[in-house]
Each structure stands twice: as C-alpha cells, then as structure tokens.
Design a protein around this ligand. Sequence first.
Ligand code: NAD
Ligand code: GLY
Length: 359
Amino acid sequence: MATLNVDLGERSYPIIVGAGLLGDGALLSPYLAGDEVLVVSNDTVAPLYLDRVTASLKDRHLSCQILPDGEQYKNLETLQTIFDTLLENHCSRDTTLIALGGGVIGDLAGFAAACYQRGITFIQLPTTLLAQVDSAVGGKTAVNHPQGKNMIGAFHQPTCVLSDTQTLATLEPRQLSAGLAEVIKYGLIRDTAFFNWLEVNIEKLLAFDPQALEHVIIESCRHKAQVVARDEKEVGERALLNLGHTFGHAIEAATGYGNWLHGEAVSVGMVMAATLSEKMGRLEKDQCARVRELLIRAGLPVTPPRDISPTDYLTHMALDKKVSAGRIRLVLLDAIGQARLVSDYPDSLLQDVLYEFAG
Ligand code: NAD
Ligand code: GLY
C-alpha cells in the first residue's frame, strides 16, 4: 500500500493506493464526518463492488444510490436525484457522500457534495484507471451542459481518495486505454523519463500487469498532487493538465456525450495539440511522431470523426474554460515532457490543423 498527500493546508488529504482496500473500513473511518453516509455508484459498478463497501461501513447509518451508467447521465437532472435522496433521508451537514465508480460518478457525487447544504464531506473510491490517475484527485467536480463539457461545477476537495487497484481487473480493455491517455498526458507535459518508461512498458499495462498499473497510478497521482497543491483553482500551472482537452471536449460535445470516451477524445486532442506545436516549429517532427505512436500502441484513436467541421470545433472551443479576453488558449508542447499555455499561436495554423483533422 502506498500513500501520497495532496498538500492543501487544513484541507490536505491522502491518496491511498493498493490492492484490496475497498473492504477496509478502518482505512475509511478517520475520513467520515459522522455516522450518516450516502454511497453513490452506478448500475455497472454497484453489482461488482458495492457489497464490499457497505460491509466495511456496517456500523454506520448507510444509504446507497445507484445511478444509470454513462457520461450522458452526467447532467443536472441526475444531480437533482442525488439531492432528492439526501433530502428524503434527512441527511444533515455531517453526512459523508462517497463516490464509488469512475470519473462520471466522482464528478457527479463530488458536485452534489459541494452544493448540498453548501458543502458536505466527500470521499472518492475510484474504480477506473482514469479516475485513479486523474479525476478522483484535485477536487474538480462538474456536470455537462449540452453546449459544453463540465460547464457547471465547483472545486470541492475530497477528504480521502482510496484507490483499490484490484478493481481494475474487471475494466473493459477500451476503458483501460482511455485511462492510459491521461497517464501519457503526465509524461508529455512534465516528465520525459516517465514518457520513455511508458514507451517501454505499454504492453505490460495493456495486459493489466498489476505492478505496472500500480506504478503508473502512483506516478500519475504524484504529478497531479504536486500541481494541485501549487495551483488548486487553476489560475496557472494546473491548466497544463488540460493538454488535448480543448480539442477533446469539443469532440465529446459534438458527438453527443458518451459516444466518444473522455480518454479517447483527449488522445485525439493531444495529437492535434502536438501537430499544431510542430507546425509552429515548437515541437520536433520526430517527437510529434512519438506522441502519435505511443497513443496508437495504447489502443487509442488519433483521428477524430470526420464529420466535425472546423466551425463546429471553433464553436465548442470558444466555450472552453481557458478562454481569456475572448481568446482560446491552448496547451502546446515544446518537447516531450514540456508544455506551455499559449495564446499567441497563429490563427491560420490552428485553422490548418482543424481542416487537416476534419478530413
Ligand atoms: P466512467 O466513469 O464513465 O467509467 C467508465 C466505464 O467503466 C463506465 O461504464 C463504468 O460503469 C465502468 N466501470 C467503472 N469501474 C469499473 C470497474 N472497476 N470494472 C468494470 N467497469 C467499471 O468514465 P471514466 O473514464 O472513469 O471518467 C470519465 C469522466 O471523468 C468524464 O466525465 C470526464 O470529464 C471526467 N474527468 C474528470 C476529471 C476531474 O479532474 N474531475 C479529470 C478527468 C476526467
Ligand atoms: N483533469 C484536469 C485537472 O484536474 O485539472
């Protein structure tokens, strides 16, 4: 078992990573606000893992809410059902909300915890690779709006993130690959050696090798915890964690939430960002090729659906949360392991990339 810390003063919290942690009530207990607990999960994850969690909390006053599975349910209507449950159960401010699932459940339950009675205690039990390496850490919570991804949300940190690596054994291979997109992202933006390690070990990860997976979860969380501790509310450095996301969110919104997995859209977005970086003369051609190559080897797409037009991209990208003074800011690469937030890219080169990828 490994423990990392997200250093945020009095709101600091541990990320605990290991095999078989879900059933360990003693690990969770110090992070609960009181006796009242609501576990939120979905109809795929609950049949697999809810029993272990409820057994570990049997001495508490426990309720469970099982949501339908899918990105298309990450919206205000589903959020309302969580508030309904909290109110029907007369949950008070010392209730703890526990998210058991992937990034969709974590983002939804986290936002509910941020809003209910102006904020209640929240714990993340992430069960996808993507959630264990990224979404469960850092306190970003949100739901989608038809016009834009994660447009309605709040920063609300959990009191603990408990990642049971054994849960990854039941993930679909496509979901594992989607998580690897965010893992590769850390290498690209801030760790050349980690990217090199991924180039050597990607097959082990695709084969669900437990040691290789634990290594990437710990390394990814180490990166994320460092960035979040320095820039919790994304006024600077944290924006780099959005490499590929401005293009990727446009793909997710344009194709209808749930048709493209978040990690798949981010994969294509990272290739688009690398291509623009290369066109601007910032990124060497061979490094751009390595980015594309590793994503392909990770089982990820590197081209978007051809029916998203450049105008569609720009319409969605104009709503990006990094837009400042009316300008879309993009995370671009100077090298593998070095990223920068850029607003002075030539519009003509962005257009070239959008036309190239629109087919
Ligand atoms: P997800 O939550 O939809 O989970 C993927 C699929 O795997 C779902 O069908 C789920 O039911 C299933 N699943 C989950 N755990 C499983 C298990 N152990 N075994 C079998 N099946 C399992 O998707 P995701 O990739 O985990 O998360 C994507 C979401 O996370 C997106 O909405 C994205 O916007 C968000 N996100 C948020 C942040 C953040 O900082 N808050 C960061 C990155 C992504
Ligand atoms: N996934 C980007 C962030 O948490 O900032």
